[in-house]
Ligand binder design. Structure first.
Ligand SMILES: Nc1ncnc2c1ncn2[C@@H]1O[C@H](COP(=O)(O)OP(=O)(O)O)[C@@H](O)[C@H]1O
Ligand SMILES: [Mg+2]
Length: 319
């Protein structure tokens, strides 16, 4: 339905050339519909394609195939005008605040960089920088400090300020707290929750940590090496996980550890295509013959969908 989603990703495939090894398929046909006001979670192990998804939405990586619609309009990633429009509307906060902040720039100038190419007129820059710094909790006295003089949490506040200093419709947060100490993590998560409410902004929140997703997100897609295996409301997906992968991830299957279902090198390296069937079947505790064919999505209740043969044309509940 046009207009239903603020961001609509359809069948996104992203391949990278790898020297001497052909290519890696980091995304193997990912679809997601993000509604206005959602805090939409993307959860998956390291290497499952989360950052690739974020970077492709922003035009940092190019889609190999598939489409991305922003407010119902397809983004043409070969057009620099379209890419800059996408970047004016969608902000990003990266995982590593150290790598993403220029150590030779003071905080004020780092935040100011978020205003370049925005709709904010130059004579309002200072006012915006002061305002956003206050909202994210950077004291005025630190605006002329350098990143090296800040704590990890303060650095991440600067990244958030830079992403939001020009108004955005969507903010992508790519594991924004995973490099921080646990106590600081909670502070930043609470800050982000408050900002989302006060700014009525849509979040796409990326994490490998289901507890963070549970705290931050109303809806979630579970990514397993380039494929979405399950999506729906967070409380449904995490309390009644359907896909065998999600069940292990959430600890619903006793006796199986996460490490036991980690992908083989060939899957993790993106060399396995879904032409060989379900991407999870090699490590799936419930695999059967049919899994050699790629599963189509099955709608469970409401928004809850799962890509697994166990649920096809059967009302049986997976045990
Ligand atoms: N620029 C790139 N060139 C080649 N391979 C890449 C590139 N970016 C990511 N990949 C590969 O794509 C896969 C997914 O990576 P990534 O999106 O970073 O996963 P995640 O963020 O979930 O950890 C990995 O196998 C990674 O090595
Ligand atoms: Mg990543």
């Amino acid at each position: 339905m046009p207009g239903e989603y603020i961001l609509d990703v359809r069948d996104l495939v992203v391949r990278f050339r790898v020297k001497g090894r052909g290519f890696t398929e980091a995304l193997k046909g990912v679809s997601l519909g993000v509604r206005r006001g959602d805090s939409y979670g993307i959860v998956g192990e390291t290497g499952s394609g989360k950052s690739t998804l974020a970077k492709t939405i922003l035009g940092i990586n190019r889609p190999t195939s598939g489409s991305i619609y922003l407010e119902g309009r397809e983004i043409d990633y070969s057009s620099s005008k379209d890419v800059s429009l996408a970047r004016r509307n969608i902000g990003i906060v990266f995982q590593d605040p150290v790598g993403s902040l220029n150590p030779r720039e003071p905080v004020y100038r780092i935040i100011r960089a978020g205003l370049i190419n925005s709709d904010v007129p130059k004579d309002r820059y200072e006012e915006r920088i002061v305002e956003i710094s206050r909202q994210v909790g950077i004291p005025q006295g630190k605006l002329w400090s350098y990143p090296g003089q800040l704590s990890g949490g303060e650095k991440q506040r600067v990244s958030i300020a830079r992403a939001l200093v020009a108004p955005k419709k969507i903010l992508i947060l790519d594991e924004p707290t995973s490099s921080l100490d646990v106590s600081i993590q909670a502070e930043i998560l609470n800050l982000l929750r408050d900002l989302r409410r006060s700014m009525s902004i849509t979040f796409i929140y990326i994490s490998h940590d289901i507890n963070v997703i549970r705290f931050m997100c109303n809806r979630v897609s579970v990514l397993y090496y380039g494929k979405v295996v399950e999506c729906g409301e967070t409380k449904t997906v995490l309390s009644s996980p359907a896909h065998p992968y999600t069940r292990v991830l959430t600890g619903s299957v006793l006796g199986i550890q996460r490490s036991e279902i980690q992908a083989s090198d060939s899957v993790a390296g993106g060399h396995v295509s879904t032409e060989g069937g379900c991407i999870f079947r090699k490590v799936c505790p419930s695999a059967f013959e049919k899994c050699s064919v790629e599963p189509a999505p099955t709608a469970l209740d409401g928004d809850h969908s799962v890509w697994c043969h166990i649920y096809e044309k059967s009302e049986e509940v997976y045990q």
